[in-house]
Design a protein around this ligand. Sequence first.
Ligand code: GLU
Length: 335
Amino acid sequence: MHKKLMIYALTFSCALLASTINVSDATAESKKRFISIGTGGPTGVYFVVGNAVCRMVHKEAAEGRKKGRKHGIRCSAPSTGGSNYNIGQIKEGELQFGVAQSDWQHHAVNGTSKWAGKQFKNLRAVFSVHPEPFQLIARKGSGIKSWADLKGKTVNIGNPGSGQRGTMEVLMKRRGTKVSEFKQATELTSSEQVGALCDGKVDAIAYTVGVPNGAIGQAIDGCGAHFVNLNSSVEKSLVDENPFYAFANIPAGVFYKGQKSNVTTFGVMATFVSSSDVDATTVYEVVRSVFENLDSFKKLHPAFKNLNPKEMIKNGLSAPLHDGAIKYYKEKGWM
Ligand code: GLU
């Protein structure tokens, strides 16, 4: 039996939990603090995650109102290059939070894969969000039915810094596929690639993204593109060897009307991360805002439908939890 990353129910579990801390009572604070959350392309789900977090943070704020928390936090969540870009900018102190794939969280904190020689020991997990299957999508008429058919085709391997670019490189290495075997490898961003696919400029694209996603819908329903299965012995070995990967199914016709057959691929979790350099009071307030308003949060995207606190505080998290998050989870009796 292989691990399964269900769109509805997940089977990840790896959490390293640390010590307790004292966080001063934030209600007493009213100093303005600005936080930035790194997301992904504007057509992805990370952009919604970041902006949903900011919305909950501002909703909880007492400023201009009689009731609420005087936490003084002002939040913004700009569009970015994705997972590895976000982690890198958190490391530099340019971003305080970011959304990142669970595979890249793992590699960054351990200094492995793309993060070899650049280990980010202060990376901290905050919570996980939705599952993200790695989706390989081929253009109608491209003749691409399997990974092997990518040979001689124009393939968008993604922009450097994106999670899908990293995961594509991992898969190419494992498959023994070189960029030179493609007719051309493009580096379009997630928001550029669907237009290029539908215009026939590229034959296949890869995207690690929550389900459903508007851009994927545009490719499948809008121009007849199709998913390619990634469930061979190669992907099985990746899933078996790595705690942050699991298989996922996207059933035909459920999320995308034009999807004619079920697809099986491997995937990761989207996770919300920060740094131990970000103070515990800020992290506590952000986490509190999200979980005190989780029902409103869940309504902001269909991929959030099945979020559940008990899973969010452990699934897909390999970096230690941030002290500010631990304080809130302990208060709630979740830890
Ligand atoms: N998983 C993608 C990345 O790490 C982003 C997906 C999204 O924007 O929702 O770059």
